[in-house]
Design a protein around this ligand. Structure first.
Ligand code: G3I
Length: 317
């Protein structure tokens, strides 16, 4: 059987996984699967601001550099995640009581430094992450509250100047369906494009509950693609109430197939990234009490039915 990356390469798209630094360093079973099956990687945490600049002006690039160099030596592209987010900010920044003008300077420096460091080595950046409320309005955050919605256009412009070849994304969750939140993003994306802001893509995180792939997903991705934007599934996982039954694992397989087809069947879909590889390392059980088993491989790196579903979704034949 062909691998996921074999199918994706043949189709000219990305099949990615979020990578945790711990197992990347220490677990050969992890890297074996990662390098055999995936042609793209995203740092699960290592490129977030709190990881990169834990104290002001003192950077820790070790884990991010490790992933970027791992990817280069295994012929994988890198999605950068993430530059502007309300969460995982270092405490010096969160608690610093900076003025708007100071925050503007701090944000620009962060983008110049981070995007500049990996210039030419990151094919897409989640420049802005999770900026919307469920009703489609802008979420309150350090950035939104002090700088207003204009911080999004500025961040995109700064990132574009720092690496003109990277595709620049706005990324969010619960925007897979045609709903109030995706409408809010759609309206902002149209405005940004009309203003000539370098926005190139929309990332649909796709953290689903088993059986929960929205029926409007493909049409919703297509309306963004019709604006001339790339679309990508950036953080796919499908959580199941534990213990998972065989019926739920079969439904999960269908969900992986449907979700990946919903993107890959739309013009300008750049690819699909899964938020992890193995149920051994997943954010799900720590966040959704009683849920887990969300990924294509089980805890001992056996391929689950979900792997077959994803494979069938990526393989066009
Ligand atoms: O690095 C510290 C470590 O020093 C400390 O000892 C330990 C104790 O709790 O925490 C470690 O940090 C944790 C970090 O993951 C690295 O493992 C944080 O507590 C933990 O909150 C953090 O969780 C991550 C979460 O984002 C944070 O918001 C998850 O791993 C990561 O999967 C998740 O990813 C997000 C995407 O970035 C955005 N979309 C949603 C997605 C899932 O929540």
């Amino acid at each position: 059987a062909t691998t996921l990356r074999g199918y994706a390469d043949a189709r000219g798209v990305r099949i990615g996984a979020a990578v945790a630094d711990g197992p990347l360093r220490t677990e050969s079973a992890y890297t074996t699967v990662l390098d055999r099956e995936f042609n793209s990687v995203t740092a699960e945490n290592a490129m977030k601001w709190d990881a990169l600049e834990p104290s002001r002006n003192s950077y820790n690039w070790a884990a991010a550099d490790r992933l970027v160099s791992h990817a280069a030596s295994h012929n994988q592209g890198v999605r950068g995640h993430t530059l502007v987010w309300y969460a995982q900010l270092p405490s010096w920044l969160k608690n610093g009581n900076f003025s708007a003008s100071e925050l503007n300077t701090i944000l620009k420096k962060h983008i110049d430094t981070t995007v500049g460091r990996y210039k030419g080595r990151i094919y897409a950046w989640d420049v802005v992450n999770e900026a919307f409320n469920e009703d489609g309005s802008m979420r309150s955050s350090l950035w939104q509250d002090k700088l207003g919605t204009g911080h999004i256009a500025n961040a995109l412009r700064w990132a574009h100047a720092a690496d003109p070849s990277a595709k620049l994304y706005i990324n969010d969750y619960n925007i897979e369906a045609d709903n109030a939140k995706s409408d809010g993003l759609y309206n902002l994306a149209r405005q940004l494009l009309a203003q000539g802001v370098p926005l190139h893509g929309i990332g649909f995180q796709s953290h689903f509950m088993v059986g929960g792939v929205p029926s409007s997903m493909k049409a919703n991705l297509k309306r963004f693609s019709d604006l001339g934007l790339e679309v990508s599934v950036t953080e796919l996982d499908v959580r199941i109430p534990l213990p998972a039954s065989s019926a739920e694992l079969a439904q999960q397989s269908t969900d992986y197939k449907t979700a990946s087809e919903n993107c890959l069947g739309v013009p300008r879909c750049a690819g699909v990234t899964v938020w992890g590889l193995t149920d051994k390392y997943s954010w799900v059980p720590g966040t959704f009490n009683g849920y887990g088993a969300a990924l294509p491989y089980n805890e001992s790196y056996g391929a689950k039915p979900a792997y077959t579903g994803l494979s069938n979704g990526v393989n066009p034949n």
